[in-house]
Design a protein around this ligand. Structure first.
Ligand code: ARG
Length: 582
């Protein structure tokens, strides 16, 4: 049973409030002595026109006789405090976690709804740096969360495979490109010529003071948009070799996109967009460019066509929304893109709104902060950029050392392959978690000590806790480790810690739903961290294997099993793999 739901219904019957409002009002008292749930009655005082403590007192009386899932209802000041029947709670929760065929927290909340999650969207020919790590990791986690809640989720990668920078790359490659290098280290080579282009562009100036290279690049881009053969061929090489590098990262993280339509895909849909905007009388000329004014939204005008007639980033995004609406008839279309692009998305959605496109209201920008190392920012121009894949490699290497040392200290002779496999999962987990442990809009300063702290708020800590619980189950005999919870008196395990632990697991489904509504995976991270802390406390306080009492031993093992299920699911929703042994 859902205790909170039952309790909310009960309170709702005695007040004029809906169950949803009551559910919202219910709190967990700061000290367990006060009760397991509390209704702050001052929230009712205004409508009931009574003092909070009086309301609490009267409600406490009205609720007698208590239903069997409550043991006591007590008025304390302006609060009505509820003590739930812990034995029953523990029995119900553990049994339902272990009996359910579905993973904890799975629901059909999103059934029949299509949600597009656009994330990662790196730029061709540019390094896949740790900033892209943010969108990639956050986006995949959100997609997993929506999958879990029954949405029809589509993972979209809006590749940055178009734009004037390709004109620059084409010119640069024709001048300085090295075929061999392009095959060996594609993105490094493309980056090298791109940086060179910018260095040289400042040198070669014509008599009017215009950079010759910049001019050539603009022309090359125009030829590319017109479909010229040489330019198109080079462009598709760049795209192809870049994707090989990007796919290395996606494969490593188990990410599979449903669609990789990049910006280029939308370029020939721009004339239709321009036509539509013209028809609705929304296009205006401004300094030679075609723009849509957005004064009524308090936004600067959105440029649709530049003065030279070429399209830009924004127009391709407008075409993309319309295309997606037609293709998927989406209920929601979310963009996991950094906060610096907030204005861009506001403009896109406003243009669509102004054009009377209903899909505008179903689009949402999910922004996030920046990532830095303590010694400074990361930028492409300076060449000092940290690739995500290199960061993974570093984390895995460092993790491997820790795992190996720990194993040696334990006298455990794990094979090199086993250590490698564990280090891969734990090392990646450590990095992923850094992006997911806090609110997404917060900036991240990346510190290794924090990333790999096996006792801190980290994925390795969670993975370690899971592995520890698994190892207890491995050491137990078969009968004990598979006992049916419904045949046991699970209440035997009850104490404050185990009750809090079971309760934290009971709150897990709600944490997932909250994470979805706020697009904040940290809410799941926080919940499983709480579960892991409480589990470790239980493990330190209560013996599990070395006890005579069969019911107690098997019941505690049931708790271990339930914790494993919840932790594994929670980690998975963050894109992190659990490890059986560590
Ligand atoms: N490629 C862009 C970048 O790396 C991000 C694209 C975001 N998505 C979009 N639909 N505009 O900055």
């Amino acid at each position: 049973m859902d205790f909170v739901a039952e309790l909310s219904t009960l309170i709702s019957q005695e007040t004029d409030l809906s169950t949803d409002i009551v559910k919202d009002f219910l709190e967990v008292p700061p000290q367990p002595e006060l009760g397991d749930y509390a209704l702050p009655c001052f929230k009712l005082a205004k409508t009931m026109r009574k003092a909070p403590n009086l309301i609490a007192e009267e409600l406490a009386e009205k609720m007698q006789p208590l239903p069997d899932y409550l043991t006591e209802v007590r008025q304390t000041g302006g609060y009505l405090n509820f003590f739930i029947n812990r034995s029953r709670f523990i029995q119900d929760e553990i049994t339902s976690i272990l009996h359910s065929e579905q993973e904890p927290g799975v629901s059909d909340l999103g059934k029949g709804q299509t949600i597009l999650v656009e994330f990662s969207s790196p730029n061709i020919a540019k390094p896949f740096h740790i900033g892209h790590g943010f969108t990639t990791i956050l986006g995949e986690s959100l997609a997993r969360i929506y999958d879990h809640l029954g949405y029809d989720t589509k993972r979209l990668n809006h590749l940055g495979d178009y734009g004037t920078q390709f004109g620059k790359l084409i010119v640069a490659y024709d001048r300085w490109g090295n075929e061999e290098e392009l095959l060996r280290e594609p993105i490094d080579e493309l980056l090298r010529i791109y940086v060179k282009f910018h260095d040289e562009a400042e040198q070669e100036i014509d008599e009017k003071g215009v950079s010759i290279l910049e001019k050539e690049a603009r022309e090359a881009f125009q030829r590319l948009e017109a479909g010229a053969e040489h330019e198109t061929q080079l462009w598709s090489r760049f795209r192809e070799v870049s994707l090989i590098e990007f796919n290395r990262v996606y494969d490593r993280l188990g990410i599979k996109f449903d669609n990789l339509n990049g910006e280029s895909f939308y370029s020939d849909q721009i004339p239709a967009v321009v036509e539509m905007l013209k028809e609705k009388n929304l296009l205006e000329e401004s300094e030679g460019a075609q723009v849509v004014r957005l004064d009524e939204f308090n936004l600067p005008p959105c440029i649709i066509l530049k003065s030279d007639g070429t399209t830009i980033y924004a127009s391709r995004d407008i075409a993309a929304v319309l295309y997606r609406d037609k293709t998927w008839n989406f209920n929601r279309n979310i963009y996991v893109v950094g906060l610096p692009q907030q204005l861009h998305f506001k403009q896109i959605f406003a243009v669509l709104k102004k054009a009377g496109e209903p899909c505008a209201d179903r689009c949402e920008h999910v922004g996030f902060g920046t990532v830095k190392f303590p010694d400074g920012a990361l930028s492409t121009r300076s060449g000092k950029v940290i690739k995500l894949d290199d960061l993974f490699a570093e984390a895995v290497k460092k993790t491997r050392q820790i795992i190996e040392t720990n194993a040696t200290e334990r006298g455990d002779d794990m094979s090199a392959e086993t250590i490698d496999a564990i280090a891969e999962k734990v090392g990646l987990g450590a990095i992923l978690y850094i992006f997911l442990k806090n609110g997404r809009e917060r900036d991240i300063v990346f510190k290794w000590e924090e990333v790999l702290d096996f006792d801190g708020d980290t994925a390795p800590y969670l993975q370690y806790t899971y592995a520890r619980a698994k190892s207890i189950l491995r050491r137990a005999n078969e009968v004990d480790a598979t006992a049916d919870p419904s045949t046991l008196e699970l209440a035997a395990i009850e104490n404050d810690t185990t009750f809090q632990l079971v309760r934290a697991m009971a709150d897990f489904p709600e944490a997932i739903q909250n994470a979805a509504s706020a697009n904040e995976p940290f809410m799941i991270a926080r919940q499983i961290n709480l579960i892991a802390r409480l589990f470790n406390k239980f493990y330190n306080n209560d013996s599990i294997l070395n006890i005579e009492d069969t019911n107690l031993r098997q019941s505690r093992l049931c708790l271990c099993r339930a914790v494993c299920r919840v932790l594994k699911t929670g980690l998975n929703l963050l894109g992190i793999e659990a490890v059986e042994k560590m």
